[in-house]
Design a protein around this ligand. Sequence first.
Ligand code: NI
Length: 164
Amino acid sequence: MALRTIELWGSEVLRREADEIEQVDDEVRTLIGDMFETMYQAEGVGLAAPQIGISLRVIVVDVHDEVTQPFALINPRLVEASPELEKGEEGCLSIPGLTAVVERAAHVVVEGLDRDGQPLRIAGAGLLGRCLQHEIDHLNGVLFVDKVSPLQRNMLTRKWKKRR
Ligand code: NI
């Protein structure tokens, strides 16, 4: 496994629509290993492949709760999203130091493939549900700063520019 560099807000790859994985092979499993290592080193709870500059549909998640084991999901699809919404504070390893309150579906179901290419279905609420939606957004070139009011986005943009 190897530590990869995390792409930051402003990087073009974060805005791209990531490609589907066609075959779950050792190359993909190596990528997943690297993603876990990079996520843990950065003390994150989720990471999407575009965040390490790889425009492929892979996410890894570890929300550190007792029931959900860490998992990787390949070609994840949101198959259910509750009509009830929930607000919660969010950050992103690609936008370190900034957070915002983001409204998302309170409960979601996501389907994809695991690292062996087997179907995997994850249902989540709370932090897990939020994390799944946040990471899938990354695969579509969407960042949490896109999901707040224009006023708030301006504020976040200003703070980010000051920091860089
Ligand atoms: Ni993120």
